[in-house]
Design a binder for this molecule. Structure first.
Ligand SMILES: N[C@@H](CCC(=O)N[C@@H](CS)C(=O)NCC(=O)O)C(=O)O
Length: 241
């Protein structure tokens, strides 16, 4: 039988915040942590599945801006309830907490904000987990510039691509390829940051609309493969989920 150790940690090594309820339940059982769980500092799959949501994310099912916020929450290890206002049978909280049908809208306790970029920064700053922004002011400034620089990738997924949006997206993908010339896997370095996450839903829409022009862009091609195999991307993809 695994040796039982005591541990008061409430953040797993994989970045998931373990609510006190779960630590308390373990203590009440008299078997707070096994040697393995201490070594891994990770909650079990059962515990993760049963963690209460820390935030609500509201929006429309296919909204790329709402998708950004779910990606950030997932990368951060924040448990969330996704409450699409346009579901066939919306959760009652949808009408109650998002009466104006904003997409996205974040609710954390009594705190409510809209706008995807503000929300993803809030998620990074308000919760424990892997840092999604550089620790220094200059790094964060560079990150915000990069987000603005790549914003021409934002196309309207509800429409067919016209020549102008194709050209804008192509320029943004060329720009992405150039930014990866330093050999890093992600725009922010070794792991995805808020410089990366905002563009993923739009790359996905471009792919769906036949406008993801990656020919001659080897670094952006490899980048897109990394995105597509990322857990956060697969778990939150509204086109496949
Ligand atoms: N700048 C906003 C844009 C959000 C946005 O345009 N959301 C769309 C849905 S994807 C929306 O709510 N449009 C108004 C509507 O459909 O009523 C953000 O980043 O969150």
């Amino acid at each position: 039988m695994a040796k039982v150790l005591k541990c008061s940690a409430n953040v797993s090594r994989c970045g998931v915040t373990i609510p006190p309820r779960i630590n308390d339940a373990r203590r009440a059982r008299g078997t707070p942590w096994t040697a393995l769980s201490v070594a891994m500092h990770c909650p079990t799959a059962y515990e993760i599945a049963n963690m209460p949501a820390q935030i609500e994310i509201h929006g429309f099912r296919l909204c790329p801006f709402a998708w950004r916020t779910r990606l950030a929450a997932r990368e951060k290890g924040v448990n969330f309830d996704w409450l699409p206002a346009d579901a066939s049978e919306p959760d009652p909280r949808s009408r109650e907490h998002n009466p104006n049908r904003r997409s996205p809208l974040l609710r954390h306790g009594d705190f409510i904000i809209a706008d995807s970029l503000v929300i993803i920064q809030y998620i990074d700053e308000a919760f424990e987990g892997p840092a999604l922004q550089p620790g220094d002011a200059q790094g964060r400034a560079r990150m915000r510039l990069s987000i603005a620089d790549l914003s021409s990738i934002m196309i309207d997924g509800r429409k067919e691509l016209d020549d102008e949006s194709r050209a804008r997206a192509k320029a943004a993908l060329g720009n992405l390829d150039a930014k990866l010339a330093n050999g890093a896997d992600w725009l922010g370095g070794d792991s995805p940051t808020l410089a990366d996450i905002p563009i993923w839903p739009f790359m996905s829409i471009l792919e769906f609309r036949g406008g993801l022009a990656l020919d001659g862009l080897p670094r952006a091609t490899a980048y897109w493969e990394r995105v597509r195999s990322r857990d956060s991307y697969k778990a939150t993809n509204p086109y496949t989920g």
